[in-house]
Design a protein around this ligand. Structure first.
Ligand code: CU
Length: 152
């Protein structure tokens, strides 16, 4: 009896390991398929290093990586954002923060008391770039919609 149940557990172990791997793969693929631009925000004492310097309006996923020795977090405030914040991020961990930027000034900082003042603060200006005259919007639309799929 005891032997049999032990054997069952051993047989299941590789399966469990496999399913964990599979789930991880699916999760990361799903994350990549969104249209948000990923921006790394590396946090240390006491600095935030962004992997991107210029921003245009759109969706962004900030990946806050705590490479410091104390707990940090990431908060962004600006037009349309009401203190979007990650949970606390322990040293060595990371957290995602999804935001939508409009044109304007945004403040990216660590909300842990005192940290912003010590230098964990980055300001970015979001602007729709290009000195192009933005008149040519007529190219969008008018795609022949309505041919409902290929089959039947
Ligand atoms: Cu901090």
């Amino acid at each position: 009896m005891t032997q049999r149940s032990t054997a069952t557990k051993i047989a299941l172990a590789p399966l469990l390991a496999l399913s964990v791997v599979a789930l991880g793969g699916v999760a990361s693929t799903a994350g990549a398929s969104t249209k948000a631009t990923t921006v790394k925000a590396v946090e240390t004492e006491f600095h935030i290093a962004l992997s991107k310097k210029t921003f245009s309006p759109g969706s962004y996923t900030f990946v806050a990586e705590n490479k410091g020795k104390v707990t940090h977090a990431l908060q962004i405030s600006g037009p349309g954002l009401h203190n979007a914040t990650t949970p606390d991020i322990a040293p060595g961990k990371s957290a995602d923060l999804k935001v939508t930027f409009k044109s304007g000034k945004y403040d990216i900082f660590c909300p842990v008391p005192g940290h912003k003042m010590l230098g964990m603060n980055a300001n970015v200006v979001v602007s729709s770039t290009g000195g192009h005259t933005s008149a040519n919007k007529s190219t969008t639309g008018n795609s022949t919609t309505g041919s409902g799929g290929t089959a039947f």
